[in-house]
Design a protein around this ligand. Sequence first.
Ligand SMILES: [Fe+2]
Ligand SMILES: [Fe+2]
Length: 254
Amino acid sequence: MNHAKWIAHFQRNHEQRAEPDWSAPFSLRESVLKHLRPSLAEYQLGDGGGPACLIAGDAEQFRSSSDAMRQIVDLWFAEEREHSRLLGRAVDRIGARRVHEHWSFTAFLACRRAMGVRAELQVLLLVEIVSTVYYRLIRRHCTDQPLRDMCSLILRDEAGHVAFHRDRLASAGVSNWGLGGTLWEGQFRLFGLAAAAMLWLTHGHCLKALGARPTEFAREIHRELSRFLWRLGRTAQARTRPAVPATQLVGQTA
Ligand SMILES: [Fe+2]
Ligand SMILES: [Fe+2]
């Protein structure tokens, strides 16, 4: 894995981040706001508002695999903390009360502490994939420009996080090709659908109030999971393809 590429990515992504205009005129209806308030408040806690670091028992093993990996993980979680800050501004804008604890978040943290770091990384990746759909639907359906601008910033970051995980997995030899790969893909899709169902159960009322449909949510989830798996297979395949000998290259161009 090219660690320098990811450090450069995170440092570059830190630049040119226009802050949403939180003081812009506000026109959301109360029928929408009453669903949006608890949803964004819970997301403000869940997306970077808790311990913004890996917390599995053996997390240090992954972080300390190299100085570069430690730096990448720190840069990744710095962006998660930034998501919580942005969501906090959104929560204030719509007149919601900030949430400092929630049973679902406490259970989520307990599970992450109990599992190994590989499983924790997969859980975080799946949450990032399904949250991408959450932010995308808010951006698509919400009429409030600062909220849409916030979603654009978070979506930009999450695309980078998901790509980092894809690179990390492909470098570790994970692929959805072959029998082992098919089994891996099966469990990945299953847990992905479970994460999506949890998201719809807890935040579906907010997305519906904004105008999103359940079929639209399901279609986006299917697309995001499939896109990730397809790209992972392609990346892993490119890594295992033997290098073409220089003599062959000369023959091809002659
Ligand atoms: Fe995030
Ligand atoms: Fe993320």
